[in-house]
Each structure stands twice: as structure tokens, then as C-alpha cells.
Design a protein. Structure first.
Length: 317
């Protein structure tokens, strides 16, 4: 029954009550509000409720399909990135999957928010006050979680720019070690003494990657002041000029070693510097082996190295 009709019937019933008895008013109301009007009203309510439920179910189904499409699209992109490399390194796969998780999580959040807003609008709730409240809550949360936001943003750019990955050796301030894990919030290192170092990404301002692309072995050799400098340089050339053909070290050396000559002079001796470009993470192996071979060559050719001596002076008497 329309609202205007209900009002008219009520007004007529009040007028009738003023001139007639209760029985006449009851009969009038029964005649006015018929069974068909009640059935029509109930049917209208049920139709509206069913339509609302259908729309809500449709929104949920579309949201689930969107989530599935998002997941398959992101995973397909990651698979193509990895497949484009003949031998995908571990850090490339880790980087691609981490970025995929970031994109997928952001997409899920957007789909969820849009679906909830559509459902609330469909059932007749005003979403304006909810949006305003969510905005205030977001501001308060952002102020209280600035460190977490900073960690996440910095972590995203570390992964996106491929600054370093799992297996790289890096140095952050006074901390150094092999990267065991890197995600949006933190970087986990394993130091040379076995300690696990956890660094929030927001605290990383400058980083040294010791294994990016190639590495360099820096070898300083000190000889005694009495050693002949030309003999030392000639011996180093004899030892290092053919080092790339060495079956043990040659595979790790990318370019011929550079003998820079005298790098420092002190009261204890003369220091010669050698630079060797190596494969990533092989610089320490090359340094140790070359120091051993240079030491043996010095012994075989009689080239002296500094020897520290001490003297004890006894007081007179």
C-alpha cells in the first residue's frame, strides 16, 4: 500500500472515530487494508531483498574473478621474465617473485576496498562518513608507522633497482656480510664470523656491493728496504703475466693483472700494489693464492721481506 494512501486512510479513520463508535472504525480499517495490499507490500520487500542479495553475490563473484585474473597475470609476467634468461640467477628469481608479491598484494587490497564500498552502497549505507573516518584513521596510522613505511618504500626500490640480492656480499656502514634474505622490510646478512645481522631497509642510506658484476683483488706486497726494486717488478711480471692460463686461478681472473709498482715507502720497507679483476666473490681466493705464490717466489730468488726486530736495553749497574 502506498504511503500516501496509508496517510489518507488514517486521517479518515480519525474523522470516523469522532462521529462513530469503535466497531465502525474497525470495520473501516479492515475494508481499507485488504489482504492484497499486505501481500503486495511483502512481495515488494522480498523482491528488493532478493535483488540486493543478487547484486552482492554478483559483486563477490566479480571480485573473486578479478583476484584470480590478477594472480595469473602477475605470475605469468614473472614466468616470462625468468624464462627470458638462459640461466636465471637466484637473485633474479628472488627479485622477480618479491616484486610480484608486492604488486599482487596491492591489487588485492584495491579490489577488496572497491568491493566493500560497492556492497555497502548496494545495501543502502552511506559510505561518505566511512570514507572520512578511514581517511582520518589512515593519517593516524601513517604518523604512527613512519618507520615501517620508510622501510617498505626503501625496500621496494632496493628490489626494483636490483641494488643487491641473495648471495651478494655487501657492506652497510660498519656492517658487512653475505645477503641471506632481502624483502620489503629488512635485509638479513650473515657476517664472516657467522653472526646473523638484520638491517631495516629504512636505515640503509649507502651500500657497498662487493660482488656486483665483477670484483677486484687488491694485493699489497712489502719488501725489505735492501731489495732491488727492478728485480721485484721483474719477478712479479714473470709470475703474473701468464696467470690467466693457470688451470687453478685462470678461470676466476677476467683481465691480466696490473702491477702498479711502488705504492708506499716506510721505515720497514717498500710496498708494491697489484690489482686483479676477478669474477664476483672470487677476489679473496685469488688474493690468498697469489700471496702464497709471491712469497714462495721471493724465497726462491732471495728477495728479502721486512723483519721486525726488537732490542732490550738493560739499565747500567
Amino acid at each position: 500500500m502506498p504511503v500516501a494512501w496509508v496517510g489518507l486512510v488514517g486521517f479518515a479513520a480519525v474523522g470516523l472515530a469522532a462521529v462513530a463508535g469503535p466497531e465502525e472504525v474497525y470495520d473501516f480499517l479492515v475494508d481499507a487494508v485488504t489482504r492484497e495490499d499486505v501481500q503486495r507490500q511483502i512481495w515488494g520487500w522480498l523482491s528488493d531483498a532478493a535483488w540486493s542479495l543478487f547484486q552482492v553475490a554478483l559483486i563477490v563473484i566479480i571480485s573473486l574473478l578479478a583476484l584470480r585474473l590478477l594472480r595469473s597475470s602477475v605470475r605469468g609476467i614473472v614466468a616470462r621474465i625468468i624464462a627470458s634468461q638462459e640461466q636465471p640467477p637466484r637473485e633474479l628469481e628472488q627479485r622477480a617473485r618479491t616484486l610480484a608479491n608486492v604488486v599482487e598484494s596491492a591489487g588485492k587490497l584495491v579490489i577488496f576496498i572497491v568491493a566493500v564500498m560497492m556492497i555497502l552502497t548496494n545495501i543502502g549505507l552511506e559510505i561518505g562518513p566511512l570514507i572520512a573516518s578511514a581517511g582520518l584513521a589512515g593519517i593516524a596510522l601513517g604518523l604512527g608507522a613512519q618507520t615501517l613505511v620508510s622501510d617498505t618504500i626503501n625496500g621496494f626500490f632496493i628490489l626494483f633497482e636490483n641494488q643487491y640480492g641473495v648471495g651478494d656480499v655487501i657492506k652497510v656502514d660498519q656492517l658487512s656480510g653475505t645477503v641471506e634474505e632481502v624483502n620489503l622490510r629488512r635485509t638479513v646478512l650473515r657476517s664472516v664470523n657467522g653472526a646473523q645481522v638484520i638491517i631495516p631497509n629504512g636505515q640503509i642510506r649507502a651500500v657497498e656491493n662487493l660482488s656486483k658484476g665483477w670484483s677486484r683483488a687488491v694485493i699489497d706486497i712489502e719488501t725489505a728496504p735492501t731489495a732491488d726494486d727492478s728485480d721485484v717488478v721483474a719477478l712479479l711480471h714473470q709470475l703474473l703475466d701468464s696467470i690467466q692460463d693457470d688451470p687453478e686461478l685462470g678461470q676466476h681472473i677476467l683481465e691480466p693483472p696490473q702491477i702498479l709498482g711502488i705504492n708506499a715507502i716506510s721505515v720497514t720497507g717498500v710496498t708494491f700494489r697489484i690489482l686483479v679483476k676477478t669474477e664476483p666473490l672470487q677476489q679473496w681466493t685469488v688474493e690468498r693464492e697469489l700471496r702464497l705464490r709471491i712469497r714462495e717466489a721471493f724465497r726462491a730468488n732471495g728477495i728479502a721481506v721486512p723483519v721486525l726486530t726488537s732490542a732490550t736495553i738493560s739499565p747500567a749497574g
